[in-house]
Design a binder for this molecule. Sequence first.
Ligand code: UGA
Length: 356
Amino acid sequence: MAKRRLIILGCGGFVGSHLTDRLLASGEFEIFGYDLTSKKCAQHLDNPDFHFREGYVDSSNTEEILGDKIGDVEAIFSLAAVCNPAEYVKNPVFTINSNFIHAYKLVDLCTKAGTWLIHTSTCEVYGRTIASYIPGDEYTDANLYEQREDETPLVMGPIVNQRWTYAAAKALFERYIYANHTENGLPFTIIRPYNWFGPRMDYIPGRDGEGVPRVLACFMKALLDGQPLQLVDGGGAHRTITYIQDSVDALTRMLDVPKARNQTFNIGNRANECTVAELARMMRDVYAEITGDSRFKEHPIEDVSSEKFYGPGYEDCDRRVPDVSKAERLLDWDPKYDLRDTLRLTMQYFHDAWGS
Ligand code: UGA
């Protein structure tokens, strides 16, 4: 039987590589993958169902690179993105370019070909909660903080706070997709991930990359190097952590659900909400378990201001609580991994790669 054909832009990234693993393991798909590097998907380079092309796809070359293929696949997953808050503040032009200017031609091409575009956006498009602007509010009214795909307003801070370059570019990209859907019939699905964690996420500075990665890798580096875990502005911000295998489950399920088309989905595990300070403490405990060294339970944690950690222009998302009833209803999606298991599986990977 002929295989189902898909394009994955960003197949060599954290999410793309796990998605590629799952789809190829099913034996049902032939995948055309594109990325700057094949480091995280090198395990598939010899697979005849995987066709990898290395290089940057931007608006000047999207048509040349994808033009022939785009009409010939069932769907295209667009997963390539710069999604690291340290970049939004330090390199805001690059952030906007890579998340909108270099990417929008993909929407045009999919529209022309009538190809289903499955785009990974971000929960960050919601920005801050309305509750966070109400003095004294203690998150008692879910209507003021819970995030519902088709109802909740997108609330971003002022232009001088360049943290929002990414969210604004992503939100405009979503709007460009939706506009092409309503005006020109583009079939689409938008995914808003909530802090997906797992093996191969980001990089460990000084080992396989340089810079300031996201929180998981920052805390992991501190544990590996015997340095304090740093809590930005006290670590009071909330996050909802989702294990990558649950996330990939949602992404693959939608391929067989016609009703997943022309929808936006929050994909996050509500049961795994924690503050960043709680995350730091749990990571210490889990690392003590992994290494068998109970001293990690008391590993130092220190406060740092966001100005010092990221530079001026940083502002945080206060809380991210997804309404996932649409994913439950349409995709029959039900995340399985609790926070401790998510951390255990993720940290074990980094310990195996870099721990002594
Ligand atoms: C980032 C992206 O901007 C989102 O689009 C994406 O959905 C999300 O990652 C994700 O992983 O899914 P954010 O959660 O703010 O958003 O990124 P992190 O760098 O992981 O930061 C999480 C929290 O930890 C923030 O409050 C940050 O200030 C804090 N943090 C980070 C620390 O307290 N210490 C650190 O060493 C690093």
